[in-house]
Design a protein around this ligand. Structure first.
Ligand code: UDP
Length: 376
């Protein structure tokens, strides 16, 4: 008997929504479900008195991929937002990512040559330690950071922030996390090296609405509770939820980090003058403060809206019932994930995709690219 839909898509984040868009283009029928009361997953924005609040954490779109950029800008227009976070270490401010401004603020060096010499001197101990211990590569985040940028910046701008964000010692974290951060000998505060960057005018909901235009979406529907009847409704399933949950945690639970936001609406137009300020010391309990209006208001626009919304971001270990944010890609979890991925391969009618189903620290553009390239 033919089923009601060709596809059931579990989760309406960027992966699910992009797949839904492709299926609609291909003339297939699909039903998208989401357990939250809205579509869009973690890119969902809430309008608070004209300010688009990134409800599940700051999302800044950046990509080097022409195909992805053409795809998203074909759907909505993007603004010129460029991420240039500032670090606050015990009240002193430093530009990020690590660049000539940071080196000037940290050491008073003025030329790239002086900065290079300083970084070499700062790296020396770590380089010698690796050599002495016969390690070809940095074995953890602490070693990687010290090899990349040396001890002062590691101590002031990396260690406290990273240990708060991940709830683990830098010596117990994988090196790759810090390789995301660029190091530059130019006065360039653009956090990303990406060719394209920006935020959709009107916020991310517009992008999600375009992706899901003409697609049936049911919110407030939990796949886990209605699994049998929902699966019956379609020939194929696209699953974007947590992979361990799909397989009833049969090999054990994967770990995540979660983030809690303390959001305040303040009666002043401009609180910190920047969208992102990281608190990089160990003592401040939150990792950063996001001031949402700076994502899409520039210059005078900031003052045309007399209030501002800020979110203090607290990072903690995920427990059942909380929102899983960052996969913790250490050895134990990666091994466990591999076992689930093997089970997933045995399910020809289910496509697993996205940050939770692939247990991977994906950026938004990578998710969209995956969704564009997935065989349906
Ligand atoms: N990081 C840091 N200090 C900062 C900002 C980032 O040490 O001020 C490190 C931290 O370990 C973090 C990693 O760089 O996990 C990657 O940062 P990114 O901003 O890419 O993380 P996300 O925005 O995905 O939370």
């Amino acid at each position: 008997m033919s089923k009601a839909y060709d596809y059931l898509i579990v989760g309406s984040g960027l992966f699910g929504a992009t797949i839904a868009y492709r299926l609609k283009q291909a003339g297939k029928t699909c039903l998208v479900i989401d357990k939250r009361p809205h579509a869009g997953g973690n890119v969902y924005c809430e309008n608070v008195g004209g300010v688009h609040v990134h409800k599940y954490g700051a999302h800044i779109f950046h990509t080097n991929d022409d195909e992805v950029w053409r795809f998203v800008t074909g759907l909505v227009e993007f603004n010129r937002y460029t991420n240039s976070p500032v670090a606050n270490y015990h009240g002193k401010l430093y530009n990020l990512p690590f660049n000539m401004n940071t080196f000037y603020q940290m050491w008073g060096v003025v030329t790239p040559e002086q900065a290079m010499a300083k970084i070499e001197e700062q790296k020396k101990d770590a380089v010698e330690k690796l050599k002495r211990e016969g390690a070809a590569e940095p074995r953890n985040l602490e070693e990687q950071a010290q090899i990349l940028i040396g001890k002062d910046i590691y101590e002031k701008l990396i260690k406290g922030y990273t240990e708060k964000q991940w709830g683990r010692k830098c010596t117990e974290l994988p090196a790759f996390i810090i390789r995301r951060l660029p190091v530059r000998l130019t006065f360039d505060n653009n956090y990303f090296n990406a060719k394209y960057q920006g935020i959709p005018y009107g916020g991310y909901n517009r992008l999600v609405d375009r992706l899901l235009e003409g697609v049936e979406v049911r919110t407030g529907v939990d796949f886990a509770t209605h699994r049998g009847s929902l699966t019956e409704m379609a020939d194929k399933v696209v699953y974007t939820g947590a992979i361990d949950e799909y397989f009833d945690f049969q090999f054990g639970k994967l770990e995540y980090r979660t983030v809690r936001f303390e959001t305040e609406d303040l009666g002043i137009p401009n609180y910190q003058g920047n969208a992102v300020v990281n608190y990089t010391d160990a003592e401040t309990p939150f990792t950063r403060i996001i001031e949402h209006k700076h994502f899409d208001m520039f210059g005078q626009q900031v003052y045309d809206v007399p209030h501002t919304v800020i979110s203090r971001e607290y990072s903690s270990e995920w427990k059942p019932g909380m929102e899983p944010y960052y996969p913790v890609n250490d050895q134990r979890n990666n091994t466990l994930y591999t076992k689930y991925a093997e089970l997933a391969r045995l399910q020809p009618d289910v496509i697993f995709g996205g940050r939770l189903a692939e247990y991977k620290y994906y950026d938004m553009d990578q998710i969209i690219l995956r969704a564009l390239q997935t065989d349906l």
